[in-house]
Ligand binder design. Structure first.
Ligand code: ZN
Length: 437
C-alpha cells in the first residue's frame, strides 16, 4: 500500500429564489423555485511530495476573477499553490448567473460573494478530512449527447448533426478509504447541461445533478463530483423535461457505478500539477463607421422590440447595445492586437492526466490533446478555472455558426482568432509533458 491520503466535502450552493437563471435568452422570467439543490464539492489528494484539489460546482461557469479569489483563499488557509487547484463547472443552464457571462440574466452580487467563500470552504474541509486512501481510473462507454452543429443550405445552425463527432464515454476517478469504503467518484462526460430549456424557471443541476445523485444514492458514503467535458459543440439529447434529465442521470450515473466497481485500486500513485498561461489573440475591431452602424441597429432593435419580447430577451437586447457602445469606444481609441490570458492547467493523478481549459471547448480538443499526450489516460475538462466562452476548432471558424459568430457577445469584447486551436494544443502538450518527464 502506498502513502496516499484523500478527503472529500460538499456544500449546497443553491441560490435564493428570484435570481435570474443563466443560459437562455428566451426565459420568460426569473427563477420561481428550486427543483433540486446545486452543490459545490471537493476531492483532495496528497502523497508525500504533492497535493492536488479537484473542485466541482453545479454552475454555468465561473469567471477567472472568482476562480482567483477561490485559489487565494485556499492558499491562505491550507497553503495550496494556485495550479494545484482545479475548479470545474457543470454548465447547467438552470443555475444562477455568474460573473463569466453577460447579457443572459443579472448577477446577484451578495450571492456570488458568498458562493466564492463556499467553494473555497469545500476545498478546505476536503483537505482537513483526508485519510489513507486508494484510487483507480476507468472509462466506460455511455453518452447522453449529440453533435449540435447542423449543416444546412444557409450554413451551420444549432440543431442536431448525427454524423458529427461525439465523445461517447465517461471517465471515472475512483477513490476508496484504505479499509475499502467508497470515498469519491469524480467523473467527466461531455454534454451541454441543457435538457431543461428556457421554459424551466426552477433551479436545477440538470442531468449532471441526477447523475451525481444516482451515484451517491447507490454508494452511501461516496461523494460524486461531476466535471463537464469538451461539450462546446455537444448538446444533451434528447431534451425537454425533468424526466428525461433523470433518465440521462441514470445512464451516466450507471456507467460511473460500473467503472467504479471494476477499476483496480492502488495507493501507490504520483501526484503533480502544472499550468501555463497562453495569450490568445482577439479579432481586431471593425472600422468606426461599421461600429456606429452596428450600434444604431442594436438601439433600433431594443427600442422597437415587439410587445411579446420575453423578460430575458429585453435584458439581452439592452446588453447588445451596451456591448456595441464599448466596441465603438474601442474602435475610436484605435485599440488593436488585444489578447486574453487563457490558462491551460493539468493535474497528474497516477497514470492519468486531467487537463482543464477555461471555456466552452469543442469536442475535437479532447481527442487531439489526448492524441498528443504521453499519459496512459488523458481527460480534458472544459469550463475549468474560468470561462472565456466558445473555443472552436480552426476549421469551425471557417464554417461559422452560433459558437463562432454570435456567442462572444456574452463573453468577450470580440471573438478569438482561428489560430487559438494551435496555441492551445501546443500549450496543452507542453504542460502535460512537463508532468511525465
Ligand atoms: Zn454553453
Amino acid at each position: 500500500m502506498g502513502s496516499m491520503i484523500a478527503g472529500t466535502s460538499q456544500m449546497v450552493i443553491t441560490p435564493p429564489v428570484g435570481v435570474d437563471l443563466c443560459g437562455f435568452a428566451g426565459r420568460p422570467g426569473p427563477s420561481q423555485g428550486v427543483h433540486d439543490d446545486l452543490y459545490a464539492k471537493g476531492l483532495f489528494l496528497a502523497d508525500q511530495s504533492s497535493e492536488v484539489l479537484l473542485l466541482t460546482a453545479d454552475l454555468i461557469g465561473l469567471s477567472e476573477g472568482d476562480v482567483a479569489a477561490i485559489r487565494d483563499l485556499l492558499c491562505q488557509e491550507i497553503g495550496l499553490p494556485a495550479d494545484a487547484v482545479m475548479v470545474s463547472c457543470s454548465h447547467t443552464h438552470s443555475g444562477p448567473c455568474t460573473h463569466c457571462i453577460g447579457g443572459l440574466g443579472d448577477w446577484d452580487e451578495a450571492y456570488l460573494a458568498l458562493l466564492v467563500r463556499k467553494i473555497a470552504s469545500v476545498g478546505i474541509m476536503a483537505a482537513k478530512h483526508a485519510q489513507p486512501a486508494l484510487l483507480g481510473w476507468a472509462r466506460e462507454p455511455a453518452r447522453v449527447h449529440i453533435n449540435r452543429r447542423q449543416h444546412t443550405d444557409k450554413g451551420i445552425k444549432l440543431g442536431v448533426n448525427p454524423e458529427g463527432l461525439t465523445l461517447p464515454w465517461v471517465d471515472v476517478l475512483v477513490v476508496q478509504t484504505a479499509p475499502g469504503h467508497p470515498l469519491a467518484r469524480w467523473f467527466c462526460h461531455a454534454a451541454h447541461a441543457v435538457t431543461l430549456g428556457s421554459d424551466n424557471l426552477l433551479v436545477s443541476a440538470d442531468w449532471p445533478g441526477f447523475a451525481q445523485a444516482t451515484v451517491q444514492g447507490a454508494e452511501p458514503g461516496a461523494t460524486a463530483l461531476y466535471a463537464q467535458g469538451c461539450c462546446g459543440n455537444l448538446n444533451s439529447d434528447p431534451r425537454g423535461t425533468f424526466e428525461i434529465a433523470q433518465r440521462q442521470g441514470w445512464v451516466i450515473g450507471g456507467a460511473v457505478l460500473k467503472g467504479a466497481a471494476l477499476a483496480p485500486r492502488t495507493g501507490d500513485v504520483v501526484l503533480d500539477h502544472a499550468a501555463q498561461v497562453v495569450d490568445l489573440p482577439l479579432q481586431d475591431p471593425p472600422s468606426v463607421e461599421e461600429a456606429e452602424q452596428a450600434l444604431a441597429a442594436r438601439r433600433e432593435a431594443r427600442d422597437n422590440a415587439p410587445a411579446d419580447t420575453t423578460y430575458q430577451m429585453r435584458k439581452t437586447l439592452d446588453w447588445y447595445v451596451r456591448w456595441h457602445e464599448n466596441l465603438l469606444a474601442v474602435t475610436r481609441d484605435g485599440v488593436i492586437g488585444r489578447t486574453i490570458p487563457f490558462e491551460v492547467a493539468a493535474l497528474r493523478i497516477g497514470d492519468a492526466v486531467v487537463v482543464g481549459l477555461p471555456g466552452e471547448v469543442f469536442a475535437e480538443y479532447a481527442v487531439n490533446i489526448a492524441h498528443r499526450s504521453p499519459a496512459e489516460r488523458t481527460i480534458v475538462t472544459a469550463y475549468t478555472n474560468g470561462n472565456f466562452g466558445y473555443v472552436p476548432t480552426q476549421a469551425a471558424f471557417a464554417e461559422g455558426g452560433y459558437e463562432v459568430d454570435h456567442a462572444y457577445y456574452f463573453y468577450l469584447p470580440s471573438m478569438l482568432t482561428p489560430d487559438c486551436e494551435k496555441l492551445i494544443l501546443d500549450a496543452a502538450e507542453a504542460v502535460v509533458r512537463s508532468l511525465f518527464v
